[in-house]
Write a protein that binds this ligand. Structure first.
Ligand SMILES: NC(=O)c1ccc[n+]([C@@H]2O[C@H](COP(=O)([O-])OP(=O)(O)OC[C@H]3O[C@@H](n4cnc5c(N)ncnc54)[C@H](O)[C@@H]3O)[C@@H](O)[C@H]2O)c1
Length: 323
């Protein structure tokens, strides 16, 4: 089975492609290696994938570019697509909503159209817990998600809607995975846990939006990768499935874990809470258990220990990573 993983040098794409390679799949990874955050992290992940020794090839390509993407489909035959390429920051989406629309909605449409044209019947789409803003917790997949509060969430909603259309019109098997705050080693430097680790270690004040009492259902990237691979194998029709830890923690608790692992104390600088951010997220994962046989296995305590170990091993080159 040959699978196309978009955003393969991204945080989730990297671990998902790794797991697929480990399980013996043939994997083509594409990524445009943009500089939304420091591309050295993407290059680090790519080196890791290339060194994994499995059936993996990488092409630098942009999912916004239909013609370039068509060439990828001409040279390789795929049985399935996992679309993880996206612009993924909530606050950044307010600064440049246009690129979010082009990549998250337009790019997904390009992939769906190419899947249809090449008879590829399986499509896995990464979506987000951000769609549940304003809904009662724990968030269930059946809740209405009609009021996205950021361009990021709105463009993910568009991608979900387009995927449904391709399922409806062409019978494509689509699984939409709504991920909840993914964390882990070699993660995204725009995410709070990564920045806090670096700032605390380097003795800089940490910028916390609000008082740190906001809660997130932090989910380890290796659990997310497992769920994503299961979705490839186990769903048919059109399904929306939450992948979350089902155990929300305050940001303050996560900061405490970083301090403990580094043996250093943080100094805080509080900034205003942004209205496009959510106060709390909490996944109902009953459907993931039932449909995929998936449940998370890595606790936040263990997961943050692994993040700190990775950070300390790589501290040298991480020193000049832009946050
Ligand atoms: N990390 C999280 O907490 C989280 C939570 C919910 C949903 N998600 C979703 O999971 C997916 C992966 O997120 P991530 O955290 O790995 O983000 P990431 O930014 O690390 O990975 C995305 C990758 O896609 C690539 N990319 C962006 N635009 C592209 C384009 N036009 N063409 C080709 N490649 C492009 C980027 O270079 C990057 O390597 C995204 O769809 C994101 O919206 C992530």
């Amino acid at each position: 089975m040959n699978v196309l993983v978009t955003g393969a040098c991204g945080f989730v794409g990297w671990r998902t492609a790794s797991l697929l390679i480990e399980e013996g799949w043939s994997v083509t990874g594409i990524d445009n290696m943009n500089d939304y955050y420091d591309p050295r992290l993407k290059e680090y992940r790519l080196r890791d994938l290339k060194g994994a020794g499995g059936d993996f090839r990488f092409l630098k390509a942009d999912i916004e570019d239909f013609d370039a993407l068509s060439d990828v489909f001409k040279t390789d035959r795929f049985q399935a697509i996992i679309n993880l390429a996206a612009r993924a920051g909530v606050r950044a989406s307010i600064e440049d909503p246009f690129v979010y629309l082009r990549t998250n909605a337009g790019g997904t449409l390009n992939l769906l159209e190419l899947a249809r044209g090449h008879g590829i019947n399986k499509f896995v789409l990464a979506s987000t817990s951000s769609l549940y803003a304003g809904q009662p917790m724990p968030f269930k997949e059946t809740l209405p998600v009609n009021e996205p509060i950021s361009p990021y969430a709105a463009t993910k909603k568009s991608a979900e809607a387009l995927s449904y259309t391709y399922h409806y019109l062409y019978g494509m098997d689509v699984c939409v995975l709504r991920y909840f705050t993914v964390y882990g080693p070699a993660g995204r430097p725009d995410m709070s846990y990564f920045r806090f680790m670096k700032w605390i270690d380097e003795g800089h004040p940490i910028e916390v939006f609000g008082d740190g009492s906001q809660k997130r259902d932090f989910t380890h990237v290796d659990d997310i990768a497992k769920g994503t691979v299961l979705a490839l194998q186990k769903t048919t029709g059109y399904e929306i499935v939450n992948l979350g830890n089902n155990k929300p923690f305050e940001l303050n608790y996560m900061i405490g874990l970083i301090e403990e692992n580094l043996g250093k104390k943080s100094v805080r600088k509080e900034s205003a809470f942004h209205k496009a951010d959510m106060k709390a997220t909490w996944a109902d994962i009953g459907k993931a258990k039932r449909l995929l046989g998936w449940s998370p296995s890595i606790t936040l305590e263990e997961g943050m220990k692994r993040v700190a170990e990775w950070y300390l091993e790589n501290r040298g080159w991480l020193r000049d990573i832009r946050l």
